[in-house]
Design a protein around this ligand. Sequence first.
Ligand code: NAP
Ligand code: SF4
Length: 672
Amino acid sequence: MNYPHLLAPITIGDLTLRNRVVMGSMHTGLEDYAWDVPKLAAYFAERARGGVGLIVTGGYAPTKRGWLKPFASELTTRLQAERHRQVTGAVHDEGGAIALQVLHAGRYGYTPFSQSASDTKSPITPFRPSAMSTRAVDRTATAFAHSAGLAQRAGYDAVEIMGSEGYLINQFLAARTNDRDDEWGGTPTRRMRFSVEVVRRTREVVGDGFPIIYRMSLLDLVEDGQTWDEVVELALLVEQAGATVINTGIGWHEARVPTIITQVPRGAWTWTTKRLRQEVSVPVCASNRINTPEVADQLVADGTADLVSLARPLLADPEFVAKAAAGRADEINTCIACNQACLDHAFANKRASCLVNPRACRETELVLLPLPSTVPAGPRPTVAVVGAGPAGLSAATSYTERGYAVTLFEKDVDLGGQFRLAQQIPGKEEFAETMRYYRRRLEVLGATVRLGTAATVDGLDGFDEVVVATGVEPRIPEIPGIERALSYAEVLGGNAVPGRRVAVIGAGGIGVDVSVWLTHTEETLEEWLSHWGVGDPSLHVGGLTERKQRTPAREVYLVQRKTSMIGKDLGKTSGWAHRAVLKQSGVEQVSGATYDLIDESGLHLTVDGERRLLEVDDVVICAGQESVRNLYDELVARDPHRKVHLIGGADVAAELDAKRAIEQGMRVAAGA
Ligand code: NAP
Ligand code: SF4
């Protein structure tokens, strides 16, 4: 049996799960509107079909004042509960189990009528919450139990109470956000009372045996968070109050320590889960930055956890479990922890999806239909895909999946295009998994791959359709002495090694990435934690301590012509961490520059009318890209009636990113 520890059944309360993989809660946006229920049902059903042990829904508020945003998901009435039958039924039809998460946003509610333990405003929302009255606290604890009861009526197999990530329950627990002096605050034990009451009242409503998962914060990673002793005390109290499983969360949303993005080492937080598991007798679930069956299986095998929660990895590949079980783990489309299409969408009020799997949350809309059954009688239609960057790889695999005979041409000797460079960036190593996935997928599907072959107009003559995904080339700005500079592609491709002092021209996503690459030195998990100021929670409240200084490998200047903040267009949920690394690595940021000259003394600039020389050994150009599309123009000129598609960076170089490229590749194949 593959992954025997992870894939072993487990019984929680009256519920036996077919394995220990929990699809963790993620707010997708499909929860918010009644008309999206069929899409939500299809999304979960696909994951249940893929073999996951237990699914946890996105959060549903127990009261309107607990909404995440105006008119966000709530479960407060029988009518709403009725609608959920479509979701629970779809999951059960596929042999799966599903829990509903009850979440009160507290001061994270993006509404002017949010409520919390106190009226302290969060740094990540514009609204100041009102402090709940003593009666309101009591009513809200009952409302949690009421929602849980409705979930049970709607056919859910369990409920999860959201007590971590800085939401309302967490806000009650920490002195940071609870300055009450009634029975719901004032001392650690009184601050815990709200959590305990929520669990106790929920148990009363749902009866014995119905699983209650309590998600608790093991490390708050904010000032005036909980101490480790408080975390343990709370775990024991909620266990006594009736929790069946403890799921573990790390960090509040406002914490300035990255907890789940790519640069967080895999399994970085599991030591906290292991420590808690020794204190309680109920099963414990590990979470955060666990994205492979190997890591997940090991956590169960070595006694770190009884269950393992994977949220984004199940967005990326609904068949994660089925592939692992069948010994096909090398076919898993691994989540690369980029947040670009999931959390960044959720925080921008857009429906979540996935960069590596654009079908996520669009299961009923973006469908790769097989070719009509009449087609196989004759020769299959042929498609040439030119360029094996993300756009071309996505198109080639999607067309092949539909039944077309695909030939993929790549002039380079390897797949990947610009994406292959991205995996060189420290903290973006996961991007290599996407290359592994596509390489294997092309093999499994039997597409023809012609590496080291530059497609020509003549050579493409016989194909029914052509997809041009010839990508981009780095832009070379007109600066006197530019021939002395290196391009980012040369540097990341290993064809040039910059000296000790470097100026980077262009501070977009790649300029930031290259600056991180230039300054980075290898770090162990312990060093990574210390660079972010994470300490032993038994010694440091909330797990926060002084940050240890980084020792940068090079002295770097990051320069742009704009005067706006460098890195402001980076991802919503990850950009701040990249900017912090630049700062910690001593990268000097220069904005509002005019480039005058590059010579043997370095880079000559004018900033605010003043001339300045950056005395550097090398200048690296990260000034964006230009589309490479001459092949497309020639093909269209040769035969205007043939289907020739232009996708990815070759289509639009500006704002080129893998999310758009992969989606465009799939859409062109789907005919969408
Ligand atoms: P970019 O974001 O367009 O940035 C290129 C920068 O070069 C611009 O900000 C521009 O800044 C400067 N520039 C443009 N033309 C120039 C010229 N003629 N002379 C001097 N400077 C010039 O491009 P990129 O950094 O290459 O990134 C490409 C794409 O990859 C981005 O759209 C991004 O979405 C994606 N990416 C994302 C991430 C991420 O972390 N999410 C990381 C890497 C890449 P000034 O005009 O101010 O000088
Ligand atoms: Fe993972 Fe990125 Fe997909 Fe989110 S968008 S699920 S982080 S690969």
